[in-house]
Write a protein that binds this ligand. Sequence first.
Ligand SMILES: Nc1ncnc2c1ncn2[C@@H]1O[C@H](COP(=O)(O)OP(=O)(O)O)[C@@H](O)[C@H]1O
Ligand SMILES: [Mg+2]
Length: 302
Amino acid sequence: MTFRHPPAFPLPHADLEDLERRVRHALRTADDSALDVLGYGEITLVLRLRTAAGSFACKRLPAFPDRDRFESYRDGLDAYLRRLAERGLTVAPTEVWHTSGPGGRITAYCVQRELPPERLCSRLLHTEDEAWAKNFFVRFLDRVDAAVGPTTGLDAQAANWIDVDGELTYLDVTTPLMRDARGREQLDVRLFFTSLPWILRDVVRLAMAKSIFDKFYETRGVLLDFLGNLHKERLGALVPAFLEEANARLARPLTADEVAAYYRDDARMWELIQRLRAADRFWHRKVRRRTYPFLLPPPVDR
Ligand SMILES: Nc1ncnc2c1ncn2[C@@H]1O[C@H](COP(=O)(O)OP(=O)(O)O)[C@@H](O)[C@H]1O
Ligand SMILES: [Mg+2]
């Protein structure tokens, strides 16, 4: 086993066990209305856990088939957190909690302290003024530029940052984006795509996965994704001003048309994924009468 850093904060073990019991119950009964949802991502939802020691953001990972797969995930996450810190990024302190199930399977969560949800940057871009938005974007560009490179990726959309006391804090580390020198993804991509039924069965789609990830490893792609997602957040009005600022730093400038076209493609891809997963969930529950093992976010209005 590799050396593990001292914990950033003590994990509320008993509360997490209770949370996992409630999640299993929710999955079994196909009723997640009793879970306290802190936020939604594309892939899953983030649960809030209130405890005597404070409130936590809990991100349930896909089940690991065995301890080796789990440990290599955890090592990868630790390496990613170290790498981002070295590159000057402030990341929400993140711990991994896990519990073993039948047959050696492991259920795990990425756990962070809950940061003030009203400080989520996708929200602040709605509530604060233009001067704030401009100042945010300059700080954001510095962060992205310093962190991103051929072996280190970032999913930098506005909903992945919380602005705490003027410090941009990055949240979305559950899918560590790291590549080796030959450009191979270090993440257990297959495991993380188990909630996407089609991708596992089709080798061609797996090849496509590489191009899904490519953009996260260069500043231009990260910015294109960020700007495209502003349309999803109904923040399209900010695109022209942000484009100008971004292009001052890019060798190959981005255009508003490129951003809009990117968003249309990206929206179509996620819509397809959401529809396929909803169909898969229906198949599990209604046809095979089995428990569907993932918490899904509700459909996004794109
Ligand atoms: N530590 C946290 N404190 C407060 N809210 C959080 C925290 N982590 C995540 N969230 C909320 O949950 C949403 C999804 O979390 P994220 O880590 O980006 O997961 P995903 O990979 O599913 O996008 C965020 O956009 C935010 O609204
Ligand atoms: Mg996210």
